[in-house]
Design a protein around this ligand. Structure first.
Ligand code: ZN
Length: 227
């Protein structure tokens, strides 16, 4: 029996991954993280999506990211870059102000610990390097390294740990196309929150809203969240 643990943020990509996993695994469970993100609407969205998808959602709290990280997603004092795509010239190293250092590494390590406790070997995540946001921890190279590190970190009987990234090389429009082919997925997408300002429907202005809108427009599909 193949079991997958899906990292569910309450957004479009992770919701699509959840429904992808429901087709490709025998048993699916989800995990979400309360990491001090500015908008608890994301967590509420994850809860709604899990309910609609009829999967168990485990919520884990990571207070440390808020204490450590200077990111627009965890600190109300840092603005989200308003326009011009993802690059924010004022951010250190040219990274977007929405980058949360260490976030994906932590999420994957905790998801792997949860997976091992359930006897699962697969973690499914919506990380994607196509519309490259500049987040270094969204690259498949990083995921490959984490997969190897987590396999080495766990008892040999628990592994190998596999980190599955169905959206890694898809454009946003292709992700919308995939969602359309997955039974029930479009209904669940109506519950999602993508906006960096935590709004549903989205603000339509922030880089996350722009990327989502462009994907649906290119796919010729109406966004069920009304964004
Ligand atoms: Zn927005």
């Amino acid at each position: 029996m193949k079991t997958a643990v899906v990292l569910l943020s309450g957004g479009q990509d992770s919701t699509t991954c959840l429904y992808w996993a429901k087709v490709n695994f025998d048993r699916v469970t989800a995990v979400c993280f309360d990491y001090g993100q500015r908008h608890v609407t994301e967590l509420a969205a994850a809860e709604r999506v899990a309910r609609v998808a009829n999967v168990t959602l485990k919520k884990l709290t990571i207070g440390a990211l808020r204490e450590l990280a200077g990111s627009a997603l965890t600190s109300s004092g840092i603005p989200v870059a308003a326009e011009g795509g993802y690059k924010d010239a004022e951010a250190p190293n040219g990274l977007p102000s929405t980058f949360v250092p260490g976030r994906n590494a932590l999420f994957m390590a905790l998801a792997a610990a949860h997976a091992v406790s359930l006897g699962a070997k697969a973690i499914v995540t919506g990380t994607c390097q196509t519309d490259y946001s500049g987040y270094p921890d969204c690259r498949r190279d990083f995921v490959d390294a984490m997969e190897r590190a987590l396999t080495l970190a766990m008892p040999s009987s628990a592994g190998p740990i596999q980190i599955v990234t169905p959206l890694m090389y898809l454009t946003k429009a292709e992700t919308v196309g995939l969602a359309q082919r997955l039974p029930g997925c479009m209904d669940a997408l109506a519950e999602t929150v993508t906006c960096y300002h935590g709004r549903r429907p989205g603000c339509g202005q922030c880089p996350a809203c722009e990327l989502r809108a462009r994907g649906f427009a290119e796919a010729g599909v109406l966004d069920p969240a009304g964004a």
